[in-house]
Design a protein around this ligand. Structure first.
Ligand code: ARG
Length: 254
């Protein structure tokens, strides 16, 4: 009985995977709104200010989608489930600071990048600054992130500790459970400023990346409309205004 149930469940799963296809632009236009998923836990890019979803890329997405003549229905979910949900057609777009990687591009399509950044090494120990200083150390990173992938690829830590939420990796550093935390340089800067008592120090960059929204594989209509609207925002100064507000500089990709 158990086996039959298991078999049935896997048939349903496989069917779901095969039949799921992204909502085409025309269908999104008909509904008037695009469903956008984000983590809502990665300040200053996407986070909650009380009950309000805010952040640099949240505001940029609002501008872009408005230019597309649509409204946004936001969904906030765990970072690690965002691209998988896109593949299952549970939302149309993901805006959550995803770095463009070959691996991810096998599963989803990336739009034009909405900012360029790098990842910083953060530690309380002034002797941990450069990538080589991570060798033999315990490093905290967010699960499913490019930080995890690159710490693995570029350094030889004693242990990598995974945290579903980036801020928990930061807390682990503040409480001495990890020797270093690798995260986005702007996230790191904001964390250093917001937690002076934790004595966090910014080290070197480990790698740089282009950050883009993702659409379902093959959803070229949606990607093209989004890219066109993003290009307009980059050209008419509306992107620059939001970037200056958050960072005091323009973080667009050069
Ligand atoms: N840029 C990193 C990556 O591509 C981290 C993104 C984290 N985003 C978030 N919402 N927590 O994996």
């Amino acid at each position: 009985m158990k086996l039959i149930r298991l078999l049935l469940a896997s048939v349903v799963l496989i069917q779901g995977a095969v039949t799921a296809n992204a909502r085409p632009l025309e269908e999104i236009q008909k509904s008037g709104k695009v469903i956008v998923a984000t983590g809502g836990e990665f300040p200053p890019f996407n986070y909650f200010e009380g009950k309000k979803l805010s952040g640099f890329e949240i505001e940029v997405a609002e501008i872009v989608v408005k230019k597309m003549g649509l409204a946004i229905e936001w969904k906030t979910l765990g970072f690690d489930s965002l691209l998988a949900g896109l593949q299952q057609d549970r939302w149309d777009l993901v805006v959550s600071s995803h770095g463009v990687t070959e691996e991810r591009a096998k599963a989803v399509d990336f739009a034009s990048p909405h900012y360029c950044s790098g990842s910083s090494i953060v530690s309380r120990d002034p002797a941990i600054r450069a990538p080589a200083d991570l060798n033999g150390k315990v490093v905290g990173v967010q699960t499913g992130s490019t930080y995890l992938e690159n710490v693995r690829k570029l350094t030889k830590p004693k242990e990598i500790k995974n945290f579903p939420q980036d801020r928990d990796a930061r807390t682990a550093l503040a409480t001495g459970r990890v020797d270093a935390w690798v995260t986005d340089k702007f996230v790191a800067l904001a964390a250093v400023k917001a937690n002076p008592e934790a004595n966090l120090k910014l080290g070197d960059l480990l790698f740089v990346e282009r950050i883009a929204a993702a659409v379902g594989k093959g959803n070229t209509g949606l990607a093209a409309a989004y890219n066109k609207a993003l290009a307009e925002a980059l050209a008419d100064g509306s992107y620059a205004a939001v970037s200056n507000k958050y960072f005091g500089e323009n973080v667009r990709c050069k």
